[in-house]
Design a protein around this ligand. Structure first.
Ligand code: SAM
Length: 390
């Protein structure tokens, strides 16, 4: 596969080789050539990959009560902000705005929608979709927002998996930082230099102090150095409120299990998946799971307090998915479009499928509370009421 000219030039200028993290940053976020930066990736059934909001409005309808609860709990007379970071096609933002206006009109009257999207190509499509948004809407960056921090809720749905990761490779006795090298017109992954002692020390809490016999030469995984700066910037933008991260995520012991010998990095394009991150750089989405332990540690280090975490399937059941499914079944045969009904039913079932979207993780954080203050309740962490399922 030929290497695009722009990448060849970058690699030549960098001496022929860069750390994997730099390569991933370019391939995804370069404003001219990156898959997101240039707005090349399309989300949806006819696009490159599907996310929960692309299945229809069911996901937003179930998430909205949780966001409304948190917004209502904020003790302020100011305008409230519902922030979506990494809004993709803008589907979730549009669906949430509709759900909020329909279900909580008084709250909606005090709420603005703020979209944080660093990639101009994606932001252009979001503007188009949100032309008739029923809430006031603006685009901003965490840096700009930090000048007048908001009171509100930040939703990060399938965005942190797009932060560029570092890849480490075992050489049998030590860890090396993987690099991408241009070699006779082709891209190649190389083990790179050994990690510095300070970087090795940071692996200790992940159970990776040394590769050991269980992680032989070639064993490879990802680290997430972009999380802490991202969480710090998000925290500075939000004076008061909560952050909900929804993403593919694994505990460190599962993420770095000896049997997971090639990490979690995947490439997606036109509904196809590949384990090769070097395919057509700038045309494929590249994504890596989050490590829950790394995320929670990075959040604590940047002033966030964990409120709780749950698998998506359980979170959505706590928010009334079973009742919604039951309601759909009740409405069949009452002049309702059968095709629409079946599509909504399928979407709900896909959202809780434990082998797919149901295994996503929801992690909620709030800006650190002062001593003695009790963190406000979160509906998605409660157990569903079995009597309400009908
Ligand atoms: C997989 S899409 C998620 C889209 C949407 N949240 C959804 O669920 O359909 C990732 C989005 O995050 C954006 N993005 C990538 N890096 C980002 C960052 N550092 N901060 C905010 N958004 C980012 C991408 O441009 C894209 O819009």
């Amino acid at each position: 596969m030929s290497v695009p000219l722009w990448l060849q030039q970058r690699l030549h200028a960098a001496g022929g080789s860069v750390p994997f993290r730099t390569y991933m940053e370019w391939a995804l976020h370069d404003p001219e050539h990156g898959a997101y930066g240039a707005g090349r990736l399309r989300i949806g059934r006819a696009g490159d990959f599907v996310t929960a909001p692309a299945l229809g409005p069911e996901f937003a309808a179930l998430l909205a009560p949780q966001l409304a609860q948190w917004l209502q709990q904020l003790d302020t007379a100011r305008t409230l902000s519902l922030v979506e970071t990494g809004p993709g096609e803008g589907q979730l933002a549009a669906q949430l705005a509709q759900a909020l206006v329909a279900g909580w009109p008084q709250l909606a009257a005090r709420t603005e929608l703020v979209l944080v999207e660093p990639n101009a190509g994606m932001a252009a499509r979001q503007r188009e979709r949100l032309q008739h948004c029923p809430l006031p809407v603006r685009w901003s960056s965490f840096r700009q927002l930090a000048d007048a921090p908001l009171a509100g809720v930040v939703v990060a749905h399938e965005v942190l998996d797009a932060l560029a990761v570092e890849r480490i490779v075992s050489d049998g006795s030590a860890w090396r930082r993987q690099r991408v090298t241009l070699d006779e017109g082709r891209l190649r992954l190389e083990p790179g230099d050994p990690l510095e002692p300070e970087a090795v020390a940071r692996l200790q809490p992940l159970g990776l102090a040394t590769p050991g016999a269980q992680r032989p030469a070639g064993w490879c995984s990802e680290l997430h150095p972009g999380l802490e700066p991202w969480l710090a910037a998000c925290g500075a933008a939000l004076g008061q409120g909560r952050l909900l991260v929804i993403d593919y995520a694994l505990e460190a012991w599962r993420y770095y299990a000896p049997s997971r010998c090639d990490g979690t990095l995947m490439a997606y394009r036109e509904q196809r998946a590949s384990g090769d991150p070097l395919l057509e750089p700038g045309a494929w989405d590249l994504t890596a799971h989050l490590c829950i332990d790394s995320l929670v540690a990075a959040a604590a280090a940047s002033g966030w307090q964990l409120l709780g975490q749950r698998r998506q399937g359980e979170a959505l059941l706590a928010l009334g998915l079973a009742q919604r499914l039951h309601g759909l079944q009740q409405s069949s045969g009452h002049g309702v479009d059968l095709a629409d009904l079946l599509a909504r039913r399928e979407a709900l079932l896909r959202l809780v499928d434990p082998t797919a979207l149901g295994d996503f993780r929801w992690l909620a954080f709030q800006r650190s509370t002062s001593e003695g203050e009790i963190p406000a309740a979160s509906q998605f962490l409660q157990d569903p009421d079995p009597t309400e399922a009908g």
